[in-house]
Design a protein around this ligand. Structure first.
Ligand code: AMP
Length: 416
């Protein structure tokens, strides 16, 4: 099915071409026609499936058909769980809307897109809003901060998008959502995108949308099949040397290495830089400017290796990651899929390698079970796993709720 079937205006067709999109992805084929017919959508889609363009393109089409005279008014609000995803979606509106000044519609112009995220000056963001804008892409927290300042006019909003909504389900999200819905006009088109739909998500979906079309693509994890997944057994003290060996052997161009703690990513990045690799760390302790800079360097291929925590495991669109390394295993099987989904994006092939020692065997088995995979344990000559599996001593049964588990502690260290 070609893109031309959607009857997008010429400037959008031009943008599609200049972005080298040849055919719509599965989610785009299913979602775009419904958005164009003004339907609410509940879509199950993973990152890497082309889901951003599946709402950006039709929203730009609808928006461009009814631009008013005078100062820009906010018509589209997109809420996301992370700063990086916010910037990425804003970028997508800008690039796909780049030629919109060239239509025959009255008052045709390119959309003014504003990102509202924490870590950047709220004053600057308020100033940009006051100058007038058409599309707001925001993290929910900063969006509500700005709303509370009463300097944003949302009375013209026609479209609300919640992207990666399952990642917003933290404690307090219900309240935040109440506030968001309170400030938006009740008559609007709602688009909800989420990788999973646990019961809580379904409740939220029914609160936001009305007579929504539910869409999931048969192969909900389209990219995973193109990822060659490997698991290598190695002792913890040999992981760093094994990583060096693999980088040399496979000559990976762009590698994301996931670790359990922020400090570990800083330390190892420093060590790899010292021995000549283009490496850096990326995690939640960096300020926004550093995060943007590092990500830009990585995207522009000025960095080969990015050592990171789970901060980037969802949502981020880094096109050419050739390999994802789970230096430390993710805590949850769902995070495993999200992490490895950073490679093999948009039809490309990729590799995902997990390092496991004696301690991680049981946890990796659980990941395999939940992800419905079964991988052969490899050992690499010179880095073989030695020693015996630790024998679990039967101590007193833990008192529930008294002590944090080791994984919880790791999780806390790696917290975003
Ligand atoms: P997303 O799932 O939105 O994060 O998109 C993943 C990547 O696929 C992004 O780099 C998009 O630019 C790219 N993409 C989106 N739609 C298409 C398409 N129809 N053809 C090729 N690439 C696409």
């Amino acid at each position: 099915m070609p893109f031309t079937l959607f009857n997008f205006s010429a400037p959008l067709q031009k943008a599609i071409k200049s972005n080298n999109y040849i055919e719509p992805t599965a989610i785009q084929s299913k979602v775009i026609p419904h958005i164009l017919s003004h339907k609410d959508i509940i879509a199950q889609a993973q990152t890497g499936s082309g889901k951003s363009a599946s709402f950006v393109l039709p929203l730009l089409e609808l928006w461009s058909r009814d631009i008013d005279e005078g100062k820009a008014k906010i018509k589209i609000v997109v809420l996301t769980p992370t700063r990086e995803l916010t910037q990425q979606i804003a970028q997508s509106f800008t690039t796909l809307g780049a030629f919109l000044g060239e239509t025959s519609y009255a008052f045709a112009r390119r959309p003014k897109v504003v990102t509202l995220i924490g870590g950047e000056s709220i004053g600057d963001q308020l100033y940009t809003l006051q100058k007038g804008c058409d599309i707001v892409v925001a993290t929910t927290g900063r969006f509500l901060d700005i709303v509370s300042k009463k300097q944003i006019n949302l009375s013209f909003v026609k479209y609300l998008v919640l992207d990666e909504a399952d990642k917003m389900l933290n404690i307090g999200f219900d309240k935040e959502l109440d506030l968001v819905l309170e400030v938006l006009p009740s008559k609007r088109q709602n688009l909800l995108f989420s990788a999973t739909y646990p019961p809580k998500m379904q409740t939220i979906a029914s609160r936001i949308t009305e007579d929504a079309i539910e869409i999931s693509i048969d192969n909900a994890k389209p990219t995973v099949s193109q990822i060659s997944q490997r698991v290598i057994e190695v002792n913890p003290h040999n992981k760093s040397a094994l990583l060096r060996y693999l980088l040399k052997k496979h000559k990976f161009k762009q590698v994301l290495v996931f670790m359990a703690s922020k400090r570990a990513t800083d330390n190892i990045a420093r060590k790899f830089r010292k021995i000549g690799f283009l490496a850096d760390s990326f995690h939640g302790d960096l300020d926004q400017e550093d995060r943007n800079y590092t990500l830009k360097e990585f995207k522009e291929k000025k960095l080969q290796i990015l050592f990171t925590t789970d901060l980037v495991s969802r949502g981020l669109d880094i096109a050419d990651v050739s390999c994802v390394i789970n230096y430390d295993l993710p805590r949850s099987p769902a995070d495993y899929i999200h992490r490895i989904g950073r490679t093999a994006r948009a039809g490309k092939e990729g590799m995902a390698i997990s390092f496991i020692g004696h301690e991680e065997q049981a946890h990796f088995k659980l990941i395999e079970k939940r992800s419905q995979i079964a991988l052969v344990r490899e050992q690499i000559k010179g880095f073989e796993l030695t020693g015996d599996a630790p024998i679990k001593e039967r101590g007193k049964a833990p008192i529930k709720g008294k002590r944090k588990s080791k994984k919880d502690k790791l999780r806390e260290q790696a917290s975003l």
